[in-house]
Design a protein. Structure first.
Length: 463
């Protein structure tokens, strides 16, 4: 077999492959055997039909077609290996010549990973938010905890902001009660804004047994977007009482004995959260600066597949679970279809460029992934997916996604390597040391965006 590679552009090549006919012998034998098992010829036992009879009855062309289809993947893979190529996705194959007994020639056009030059990235400098926890932040955190321990009690007075009212609702459009416009025994906190526009004004000032009507645009259901006349009956009014901020509350809500200990713990916890946010911000900013340094030719077919994949996942999975159509989602976002498509393309392109650049750094820095690192990453992914680690691991193995997870970890390590070499300062001008932060490593793994289409394309090719 002989092969030649023609570069069509930085991300696409055409292979020309010549195969001497004798190298098709194994595939020809397999073709006759397959046809033998599928057809019957009077006078011959099934599976024992001579090749010449098959040629006469069904045509030599049918046999050649079967043999060539069987042989092409093998010869294509050999040509790819010989040319030291990194294909993305499936090739477009064209048989240019097939001379029975002499020669098979075919071409294969395929997208390839572009060759990248990774420059010195040690000069990257970024600025991130300083880790500062104010007294106001601490009090807000304690107040949120206090809200969780609030108690309610019925009151015999008019409802006011902050009270919880139990209401029955009935919505009419054009004078007709909607089938899905009736609800009973709904608890609502006045001022929360979590129900219908106009309900706060309607129920404020009403006692249990009071009734009011108001007009509101419906946010969902069969008459979504229409103006409805809503009748609300208040059946109960309850006041919310917050526990006193004292040592007794600290003992009730935490493992601490005093309120000051609780506040100190809240401050430490908020600082850890802000440190993680700072690490994530550093990863994202360093990645953006890294991508500015590297020119990445874009495989158009891969980009098209990635855009389609992202759009399909959004439309049929994420939005579908929320009961939204793409059109409704764009309306809520205030975006046109053209703006949405442009943003999606930009995000997909950044994802592909990120993967190519970080994979190149993995190779350049000779980074490897240990079993412990892979297990830790798998545990994190399982937690975010809502599956148990065992269930997630089984699904990963069954779907052949282990190489994908290894790639995610490796790219996270590549980005962490770049961040370590970069200079990261906070908004106060202080140098931020992320080297020993576990949070920074986690942030890198999350920031190193994985491009599903590229992974799938390579997996397909390897398969």
């Amino acid at each position: 077999m002989k092969s030649a590679v023609e570069t069509l552009n930085p991300t696409r090549v055409r292979l020309t492959v010549e195969v001497p006919f004798e190298e098709l012998k194994a595939s020809l034998d397999a073709a006759y055997k397959k046809i033998n098992s599928q057809v019957s010829v009077p006078g011959f036992r099934k599976g024992k039909i001579p090749a010449r009879v098959i040629d006469q009855r069904f045509g030599r062309g049918a046999v050649l077609e079967e043999a060539v289809n069987d042989a092409l993947p093998k010869f294509y893979t050999e040509a790819v290996n010989e040319g030291e190529l990194n294909p993305l996705g499936q090739p477009e194959v064209d048989i240019t010549e097939l001379k029975d007994g002499e020669l098979l020639t075919f071409t294969a056009e395929v997208d390839i990973r572009p060759a990248l030059e990774i420059p010195d990235y040690s000069g990257i400098e970024v600025t991130v938010d300083a880790v500062e926890v104010s007294d106001e932040d601490v009090e807000k955190s304690v107040e949120q905890l206090r809200e969780r321990f609030a108690t309610t009690s019925p009151v015999e007075r008019a409802a006011a902001e902050g009270d919880i009212v139990t209401v029955d609702l009935e919505a009419k459009v054009d004078g007709e009660v909607l089938e899905d416009g009736v609800a009973q025994g709904v608890d609502y906190t006045i001022g929360s804004g979590q129900l219908l526009d106009g309900i706060d004004e309607a129920v404020t000032g009403l006692e249990a047994g009071g009734t009011a009507t108001f007009t509101s645009e419906l946010k969902g259901g069969s008459a979504e977007g229409k103006e409805a006349e809503v009748k609300v009956d208040v059946t109960a009014v309850k006041s919310r009482e917050l526990p006193a901020l004292d040592d007794e509350f600290a003992q009730l809500a935490s493992e601490f004995d005093t309120l000051e200990e609780l506040r100190a713990d809240s401050r430490e916890r908020l600082a850890r959260m802000k440190k993680f946010d700072q690490a994530t911000q550093a990863q994202e900013k360093v990645l953006d600066e890294l991508l500015k340094l590297v020119e990445v030719p874009m495989p158009e077919k891969l980009l098209e597949d990635e855009v389609n994949t992202r759009k399909h996942n959004l439309e049929h999975h994420q939005l579908g679970q929320m009961g939204l159509t793409l059109e409704k989602y764009l309306e809520i976002q205030g975006k046109s279809a053209e703006e949405f498509d442009a943003e999606l393309k930009e995000q997909a392109e950044k994802g592909i460029r990120t993967q190519f650049v970080l994979d190149e750094i993995v190779n350049k820095e000779k980074l490897s992934v240990g079993q412990d690192e892979l297990t830790e990453h798998l545990m994190r992914r399982a937690q975010s997916s809502g599956m148990s680690p065992d269930q997630f691991a089984q699904a990963v193995v069954e779907q052949g996604q282990v190489p994908m997870l290894v790639g995610e970890v490796a790219r996270g390590k590549a980005l962490a390597t770049v961040v370590e070499a970069a200079t990261v300062k906070d908004s106060n001008g202080e140098v931020v040391d992320l080297e020993d932060e576990e949070d920074a490593a986690e942030a890198a793994a999350e920031t190193a965006e994985v491009t599903e289409a590229a992974e799938a394309a390579e997996a397909k090719n390897e398969g």
